[in-house]
Design a protein around this ligand. Structure first.
Ligand code: ZN
Length: 263
């Protein structure tokens, strides 16, 4: 009897100890994961962004100041007057970044002699934006955006690349030109920002279709605002200037290439 009692006591005591250890292990694992997530999402991007983008980036192509003298370019800051667009992990609104990059871009293009129309905030909807653009009959329409990946999947959160969209329809000259403009801008976004840059023939975005009937139109998603590190960078004027320069360099190359093709 005595032996049996001792056996039971030991067994119960042992199990209790194991349970306690497991609970403690789980608390440590959960706490460590929380710390890793916090450091990964917020602290590391903040530290890295202090050392990046201090310099203004690559110089613009060395074309004469009158290169875009006879060109009319409409710059459309995405979502202007229609809401925040995408929102970064710590609350940076896409529309504000789009507006600043678009403004910087228009200044740079003007310095090469282009007639630039920056579509003002307060545009009611895309139809109105296009109606305005159609009236101006631009040589090029550029919509400036920043993309967002679904936030539910942590790996997707870190996605970052440059994307340039153009109409998939190749029925008009303007549509064919849109693809060439998209390629030139994507090439420079890749070189200036050090990101992978891709062009996409778009069938979903009907507004691109609407534009390309009469004028060359592209939509730029310069980078991903949903990426925590990228969001930190986009809050810095130097980074927004870098994006504007990349877009401007692409536009310059597109028009210079076009002149060469026509000759
Ligand atoms: Zn957008």
């Amino acid at each position: 009897m005595a032996e049996s009692n001792t056996y039971h006591t030991d067994q119960t005591g042992g199990v209790a100890v194991v349970h306690k250890h497991r609970t403690r292990e789980w608390i440590v694992i959960v706490a460590a994961s929380a710390v890793v997530l916090l450091v990964g999402s917020y602290v590391v991007p903040r530290i890295l962004s202090l050392t990046w983008y201090r310099t203004p980036g690559k110089p613009l192509p060395s074309y004469p100041t009158g290169t875009l003298r006879d060109k009319t370019i409409v710059i459309n800051p995405g979502h202007a007057g229609r809401g925040p667009g995408a929102v970064g992990p710590t609350g940076l609104a896409e529309v504000n970044v789009n507006l600043d990059v678009a403004r910087r871009c228009s200044l740079l293009l003007k310095s090469f002699g282009a007639h630039v129309f920056l579509q003002a905030a307060g545009d009611a909807d895309l139809n109105e934006v296009f109606w305005e653009a159609k009236r101006l009959q631009p040589d090029l329409w550029v919509s400036v955006h920043h993309n967002s990946a679904p936030r539910t999947w942590p790996i997707v959160l870190w996605r970052n690349r440059s994307e340039v969209y153009y109409s998939a329809s190749k029925t008009t000259d303007a549509a064919k030109e849109s693809e060439k403009a998209a390629q030139a801008i994507a090439r420079h976004l890749g070189q200036h920002l050090g990101l992978s840059a891709q062009t996409f023939a778009e069938t979903e975005r009907k507004h691109l279709e609407a534009g390309t009937g009469t004028f060359t139109a592209v939509l730029v998603e310069a980078s991903y605002i949903s990426n925590p590190f990228q969001e930190r960078l986009l809050a810095m004027p130097a980074k927004r200037e870098l994006e504007a320069r990349a877009i401007c360099a692409g536009v310059l190359d597109y028009f210079v290439g076009q002149t060469r093709r026509v000759r």
